[in-house]
Write a protein that binds this ligand. Sequence first.
Ligand code: E4P
Length: 217
Amino acid sequence: MKLFLDTGNLKEIETLAAIGIIDGVTTNPSLLAKEPGDFRSNLKKICDIVKGPVSGEVVATDFAGMIREGREIAQIDPHMVVKVPLTRDGIRACKALTGEGARVNVTLVFSAAQALLAAKVGATFVSPFVGRLDDVASGGMALIGEIVEIFDNYEFATEVLVASCRHPMHIVEAARMGADICTCPAAVIDQLFNHPLTEFGLQKFLKDWERAQAVKA
Ligand code: E4P
């Protein structure tokens, strides 16, 4: 399963990319709005760091505007993926942009029916938001199971990109269900490393080693 970082922050991306576990990055208008500088040059820098799929979202809500912005985003770098919202115009734009050779990530997906629409128009990625569903007491991970089942039934090539991940169990459950990708904030990826027994075991190994060296000296 691939891990994407859900951020527009270059420092976070550099830090985690250096470890070698980041396959791509997703951004959205809220995330990019927090960062200084021009969003296009920030997206270009992100592509240069991760050398994997980087999603940049259109802010137009009409078909013509999405196509115009989508083409601009796709031209930033060959790694760019155009993100469009799951609306009628977004689905139409997904089909048109995909037809032109762009990769499209359909975002703001909250139901299996919506995911099916995105797959039918050839989306490269579909982004169901599990955390935001959990927030309204509507099991986010159950939706991932439904989408994976539907995509498997029809062998859709669209990848299931689990978005709005809030904690490591979202990632573990997504992996068990066979989702293709999880996108998470840096803090959630950091949590994947942690286990008290790892820390405890390492301290013990080091102490035992030091003690033995002192005896031998
Ligand atoms: C996905 O592409 C979105 O940027 C993101 O996962 C949304 O997460 P949030 O619900 O934590 O804002």
